[in-house]
Design a protein around this ligand. Structure first.
Ligand code: SF4
Ligand code: SF4
Length: 491
């Protein structure tokens, strides 16, 4: 990590937070909070941070050391020991937050990582043919200076759980975080979901279709995982999820529903069965017929890849559309099956969201580890969506220090100019930062960094009609065309 010298402080700035191994968080008495833009450490300014809600959790980062800015010396310093007011001394861990819904991480937590290798035992169990292909990819990536995840060192630090570790600090008015708001959150407030009547609604809905495996899965997703889109199915409103895919065509480093590369628990487990077209269609049609602003989304976050079993979802859409033309059927996909996207559109799907972490082919491959498709298929899916008249968005898994390159802005601009992209959903990439920062190409291979706010501002300047957000758009609302391109407000 490169440390950059800053100017001496004269005004109060957010102070560094450190965590004890028991999870207690303390303010550092002399050091300021520091920011990590993905390449360099920076001194925090007022415009870099916003207040964090008092009830939003902070997270300790085990195995890391917090780094702060010392205004007396004008240097960045890693804190290796910390003594509390009551005389307790410990080796502190860095502190972070995961962004609340609707918010985007602008800076990483400034931290030192004790090492940057991780076990990958499951990768070795994968099919030989995939391994051979990845070996070829790896050779190519190594030539570019990409670090390839391929071995477990004896002294490997356990990977951090899959969250988007964001810089936080302390002020006299409370905790602040290096975030910005990128969407309106009216439909996603916790009080709309975690209500006492959810159990009754689940029971009543299951009673209408008791043998439906999709509904049974959704009851677990809503009740155990507290998934908002699953809950919406039972509240019969807005966007609902329709989980259908037990497997995937990729093996992402940060997959939230599988543990292919990290010995860390994932928050949700994939479903373990393949539902039939008819039971999928019953769930979709019931929702689209009744819900206000109805949308039903395949592949909504923590299942596998819905287009992997094309005939099943194509038939389910056809059956659902035979019941109702109302509402939006949305395909969230990794883009590996462009012809399945085309077939889904032909039978009535009208929105497409493609998940992608970058428009750099090698870095895409390094992160997604595709089994049987290529980066070109992903791009082709967007052009198929355009040709079929779908609303096209991308789920852009953002990483400050990589996403905000001018080169990425140029690559995205090409898609917008071609009419293949109407919206960018900014999603915070959840992956171990100690590993991932070393996995990306070195500084010499990155262009100018704009910062995450600068990235959005530059795209907005070039394409005033390109929309930004963090959730699927409210396409079924009459007033959707009037929504501003950047509903989060001022950057
Ligand atoms: S594409 Fe999605 S489901 Fe598949 S491995 Fe990646 S994150 Fe997981
Ligand atoms: S997003 Fe995940 S938790 Fe929600 S319905 Fe889909 S599979 Fe279930």
């Amino acid at each position: 990590m490169i440390l950059r010298m800053g100017k001496k402080s004269t005004s109060e700035r957010p102070r560094l937070l450190v965590a004890a191994p028991d999870g207690a968080v303390f303010e550092h008495p002399t050091l300021e909070m520091a920011l990590d833009n993905g390449l360099d450490l920076l001194r925090v300014t007022q415009k870099d941070v916003i207040p964090l809600a008092a009830d939003w959790d902070l997270m300790a980062m085990p195995g890391t050391r917090p780094v702060g800015y010392d205004p007396q010396t004008g240097t960045f310093t890693a804190v290796t020991t910390f003594t509390t007011d009551d005389g307790r001394t410990f080796e502190p861990w860095a502190v972070a937050c995961h962004p609340p819904p609707g918010y985007v991480r602008a800076f990483h937590t400034a931290a030192e990582y004790t090492d940057a290798t991780h076990p990958d035992t499951k990768l070795r169990q994968q099919a030989e043919e995939i391994a051979a292909r990845r070996a070829r990819d790896a050779e190519k990536m190594k030539k570019r200076g990409l670090h390839v995840l391929d071995s477990a060192g004896d002294d490997a630090r356990p990977g951090l759980p899959l969250w988007a570790y964001t810089a936080v600090g302390a002020t006299s008015k409370g905790t602040v975080a290096a975030l910005f708001l990128a969407d309106e959150t009216t439909r996603w407030s916790p009080e709309l979901f975690y209500k006492g009547d959810l159990k009754d609604r689940i029971r009543d809905r299951l009673a209408l279709d008791p043998d439906n495996q999709v509904l049974q899965q959704l009851s677990q997703c809503a009740g155990d995982y507290l998934c908002c889109c699953a809950s919406n199915v039972f509240y019969e409103r807005w966007e609902g999820a329709v989980p259908v895919a037990p497997a995937c065509t990729a093996a992402c480093l940060g997959c939230l529903s599988k543990e292919p590369a990290w010995n860390t628990p994932t928050p949700q487990k994939r479903l373990k069965f393949q539902p039939t077209p008819d039971e999928i269609a019953r769930v979709i049609a019931h929702h689209l017929e009744r819900a206000p602003e109805p949308m039903m989304s395949f592949g909504q976050g923590c299942e596998g890849e819905p287009t992997m079993n094309g005939p099943v979802i194509i038939e389910s859409i056809r059956l659902a559309r035979a019941r109702t033309p109302r509402g939006i059927i949305n395909i969230n996909t990794n883009g590996s099956r462009p012809e399945t996207v085309r077939a889904c559109a032909q039978v009535g799907a009208n929105a497409l969201r493609v998940s992608i972490n970058t428009f750099d082919r090698d870095v895409y491959t390094m992160y997604y580890r595709p089994a049987d498709y290529t980066f070109d298929d992903v791009i082709r899916s967007l052009y198929v969506g355009r040709d079929m008249g779908m609303h096209n968005s991308i789920n852009l898994l953002i990483w400050p220090g990589w996403t905000d390159q001018l080169a990425e802005v140029d690559r995205i601009s090409k898609l917008v100019d071609d009419g293949a992209l109407q919206m960018i959903q900014l999603r915070n990439l959840c992956v171990d930062p100690g590993y991932f920062r070393t996995a990306l190409p070195p500084r010499e291979q990155r262009g100018m960094l704009l910062g995450m706010k600068g990235f959005v501002a530059e795209l907005h300047r070039r394409h005033p009609k390109l929309r930004f957000g963090t959730f699927n758009p409210r396409l079924a609302a009459d007033w959707w065309p009037e929504v501003p391109a950047f509903p989060g407000g001022r950057l």
